[in-house]
Design a binder for this molecule. Sequence first.
Ligand code: AMP
Length: 359
Amino acid sequence: MADLPLQPGSMIGILGGGQLGRMLALAAGRLGFDVVVLEREADSPAGRVCAHTIVAAYDDAAALAALAAVADVVTYEFENVPAAAVASLVGMGVDVAPGPLALAVAQDRFEEKTFLNANGAPTVAFAAADSPEAAVDAVARIGAPALMKTRRDGYDGKGQRWVEHAADAARVFAELGSVPVIVEAPADFVRELSVIAARGRDGATAVYPLAENHHEHGILRRSLAPARAAPALTEQAERIAARILAGLDYVGVIGIELFELSDGRLLVNEIAPRVHNTGHWTQDGCEVDQFEQHIRAVAGWPLGPTRAIAQVEMLNLLGDEADTWSKLAAEPETRLHLYGKRAAKPGRKMGHVNKVRPL
Ligand code: AMP
């Protein structure tokens, strides 16, 4: 196990080489750490700003051993890294943060909602199904219309379909690939919010102001933060975050997606055991951003302050939208963050901007 707090000059390992890994690596570099990334592609967004890349699949035993040999602690930018890969690192004595429990809970929507409810974090009503008959029964119990989602591997609205009538449930189950699913009651929300929170090695916690999020075709388009919120709403979000962090004995930054109901109650939609797209506003809107905060937490450093210093509108740059970089760079209120991805496929997250105004 690593000697904590990690000294500057230590090596932090990151599983995954996408934009989240890149921004984590940049923050780690600012604090004097070196970063090694384990990533399938040689020319990854994170790999190009890191000391080393180990190019291999996440479950490649030799690659995991090579990572274990050089990294003082390991974290991940992506919650679908195989649980077995993390277990193997832990087995080699590597300190992985967030730990295996957070990963297991976040990888399975049924485990996740079960964990949340058991820890006092409310969600919509839900039921699991792993056969066409069970799917029909689950929708009948939850009530149609209901949302059917694959238990594992869903992201950005993929792997989910509305079921209008219980009788359609078997067909939708097949359309989703005849894999284990969860059936959810509709959340009659007025806004989608998220709260980014962190917990240090010593159990200290820090919570950022709420963000209000807008999606298009299942992909985050825009976040406004700090979101307009009465103190009671903020307190509710902070209470939920504290319960989740404690329940997972968490170390690092977590993203918690919330539904705000018309009666003012918050329900948790899902949790991401990593830095989160709805927390990108903190880079230009908060005293210490989510990326540095995550590095501080996993390195055993004190958490930094999360206070807002600006009002931010975060806009994702999807596909060829990033080609407007020179216009964006000329706007005085716009902070440009580009991920260095080579190919701009439609809908692909190529960068984001934070448009800042004084609070
Ligand atoms: P998810 O992949 O679970 O984050 O869901 C993607 C989006 O689908 C959310 O941001 C919501 O807009 C919508 N959504 C997810 N679950 C529900 C639900 N139970 N009721 C209504 N809308 C939902």
